[in-house]
Write a protein that binds this ligand. Structure first.
Ligand code: PEP
Length: 250
């Protein structure tokens, strides 16, 4: 059975003190065990602290990005082995903000994916179409191309380390959510595309999260869809009560 996952992407929010507050609130609010694996992704400077504070809890810690090189003259960047050395085993790659503001292409993401796999990290791989793609009914082909370019060259064994996060760009941080039916339609398409490129068992086992303005008010309906295995949450993950309500909607 594939895993249900709720992951909170804190983006460039929360300094060290605020991270401490949110973590202690989450530890209290999320105290009962959940059916979902719970992940939070604080900013780089707070990863080690978050990892230490959450040791022994049911909450895992992820990085929001990493560089593709092993080490070297890449000022301002963070490597996979640096993340691993502070206990981080999970990395978000390909978030639409990285693609839009930092020029990350499918080709670059393939390099990052390969490096993360070399370090046996779990990858939450984000992708999704822009508003114009949906309006012109190109959303399925855009998503298929993103997956093909970054993931379909991998060997079958790599898929045990991959979690997919379908995030339509028009729904991220906008308050606009894909309807549960739109999410289900795309997730089913993604699964069938993976089945064709690899096999049915990989397609059945991979967790596909939905991301884009998920809130306590809409989480249950979205998570109820058979091919939606949880969510990647931005804004609503910055508040312990709303994140807990989303986790409880699984
Ligand atoms: C995200 O950034 O991955 C995201 C889904 O953000 P939000 O929930 O705020 O739309």
């Amino acid at each position: 059975m594939r895993k249900k996952i709720v992951a909170g992407n804190w983006k460039m929010n929360k300094n060290l003190a605020e991270t401490g507050v949110l973590i202690s609130e989450l530890k209290t609010t999320l105290e009962q065990s959940s059916d979902a694996e719970i992940i939070v992704a604080p900013t780089f400077t707070n990863l080690y602290y978050a990892f230490e504070e959450l040791k022994g809890s049911d909450i895992k810690v992820a990085a929001q990005n990493m560089h593709q090189a092993e080490h070297g003259a890449f000022t301002g960047e963070i490597s996979a082995s640096m993340l691993k050395s502070v206990g981080i085993e999970i990395v978000i790659l390909g978030h639409s903000e990285r693609r839009a503001y930092f020029g990350e292409t499918d080709e670059l993401l393939l390099e990052k994916v390969k490096t993360a796999l070399k370090h046996d990290m779990t990858i939450i791989f984000c992708f999704g179409e822009e508003l114009e793609d949906r309006k012109s009914e190109k959303h399925f082909s855009v998503v298929e191309t993103q997956l093909k370019n970054a993931l379909f060259g991998l060997d079958a064994a790599s898929w045990k380390n991959i979690v997919l996060a379908y995030e339509p760009v028009w729904a991220i941080g906008t308050g606009e959510t894909a309807s549960p039916e739109q999410a289900q339609e795309m997730h089913a398409f993604i699964r069938s595309t993976i089945a064709k490129a690899f096999n049915d068992s990989i397609a059945e086992e991979v967790s596909i999260l939905y991301g884009g303005s998920v809130k306590p008010a809409n989480a249950k309906e979205i998570f109820a869809k058979p091919d939606v295995d949880g969510g990647l949450i931005g804004g609503a993950a910055l508040d312990a009560e709303s994140f807990a309500a989303i986790v409880n909607a699984i």
